[in-house]
Design a protein around this ligand. Structure first.
Ligand code: SF4
Ligand code: SF4
Ligand code: FES
Length: 382
């Protein structure tokens, strides 16, 4: 047994007062969970403490909270682990802080309103199969390997930890969000679904859809089930932009291609070209603006000026096209070889595929190639 100090963020709606912190000490086996600590507080010290839970085994997804600022499941986080984590970030003998999840209204103490922020968005992506044609007489039969691609998203327990951690959702509460987009991939990737293209169109054209994710990785870190929602969003983008050729009104696809093309040409990101290349692609001055691109380019001038004013784009190198530094020696050639290899071998970073017979060989080969290329090792595969 060991003593743990829990600092819990409380909120009671009835008196109409704001939230406040309250400390509780518990004496428990360090291998028990933070949820066990909270339940002991509720049983022995304050019966009014509200926390949602059911399975205590990381299956039902009910006990999502923030522990020491990180969104996760209370039943999956050991007290010893949370204590170590608190000490590491705030110094020795710091209490374990426990707060309700972010990006959601708080109903009481640690209980949040999942309906308005999570379930509504899940329904937004039509979370069921939409097969085309008459159903078969018996069950649908699909090759097992065609389902492996969606197994990662099927591990989701709808806890909302990724929604709580999402930085884009903080800036844009209408963003469809990591959990719902991961769920969307579950059906886009399912060979039985007959509305794949319509689903992709819908999510690409929505201004709060797939192109609203900023690749911050917060959802990947937060997800207690290894769903890696950001990876699923990138898959949706790859299928929408690359495979289905969907040119979205948000210019998301072109913006993404601008990054890819600039780095292919210059090795690193020449930010001075990013705006031009996003709206009027054709590096090295070969401008071929698509319809509406010039207007969009001018519409974005205020954003560019804000970036300069805020210091995001600050050096002459970043502002003036043409004075971006070149990579040393043969480095640019190696970058191009990595691109050529990636074109040829599509790499899927699926937790359930990596290292297994389905595509594992390609992953390893690609990783080795990239490492050799970056280190300039001799004998790297051509
Ligand atoms: S990677 Fe995208 S979806 Fe995930 S938390 Fe960041 S912005 Fe949100
Ligand atoms: S993707 Fe992960 S973090 Fe998000 S709701 Fe599902 S299990 Fe929870
Ligand atoms: S209580 Fe079910 S996931 Fe934590």
């Amino acid at each position: 047994m060991a003593k743990f100090s829990l600092k819990v963020r409380r909120f009671k709606p009835e008196p109409g007062e704001g939230p406040y912190w309250e400390n509780f000490d518990v004496d428990l086996d360090p291998d028990l969970s933070v949820l066990d600590g909270l339940l002991q507080v509720r049983d022995q010290q304050d019966g009014s403490l509200s926390v949602r839970c059911s399975c205590k085994a990381a299956i039902c997804g009910s006990c999502g909270v923030k522990i020491n600022g990180q969104s996760t499941l209370a039943c999956k986080t050991r007290l010893s682990e949370a204590k170590e984590w608190a000490n590491r970030s705030n110094g020795n003998s710091e209490p374990i802080t426990i707060e309700p999840m972010g990006n959601m209204p708080v109903i009481k103490d640690l209980v949040t309103d999942m309906e308005s922020t999570h379930w509504q968005k899940i329904r937004r992506v039509t979370p069921w199969l939409l097969p085309k044609g008459d159903p078969p007489e018996r069950e649908y039969i699909v090759p097992p390997e065609s389902m492996i691609d969606v197994t990662q998203t099927m591990a989701c327990v709808q806890c909302g930890a990724c929604v709580s951690a999402c930085l884009s959702m903080e800036a844009d509460p209408d963003f469809v969000g990591p959990a719902a987009l991961a769920k969307a991939y579950r059906f886009v990737g399912d060979p039985r679904d007959g509305e794949r293209k319509e689903r992709l169109h819908d999510l690409a054209q929505d201004p709060h859809g797939i192109y609203n994710c900023t690749h911050c990785f917060a959802c990947v870190e937060a997800c207690p089930k290894g769903v890696a929602p950001m990876d699923q969003i990138m898959r949706l983008r790859r299928i929408a932009g690359h495979d289905e050729d969907i040119d979205d009104v948000n210019n998301g696809r072109r913006h993404e291609l601008a990054f890819v093309n600039i780095i292919e040409q210059k090795g690193t990101l020449d930010e001075a070209l990013l705006l031009q290349e996003s709206f009027a692609p054709g590096i090295k001055g070969k401008l071929k603006p698509p319809r509406g691109a010039i207007k969009a380019l001018f519409d974005n001038i205020p954003t560019a000026l804000r970036a300069i004013r805020s210091g995001k784009a600050r050096s002459a190198e970043k502002l003036v096209p043409g004075i971006h530094p070149k990579l040393p020696g043969d480095a640019q050639k190696h970058v191009k070889r990595i691109y050529a290899h990636a074109e040829e071998h599509r790499i899927e970073l699926n937790l359930y595929i990596k290292g297994e017979e389905f595509g594992g060989g390609d992953d390893n080969e690609a990783e080795e190639l990239a490492e050799n290329e970056l280190q300039g090792k001799e004998g790297a595969p051509a």
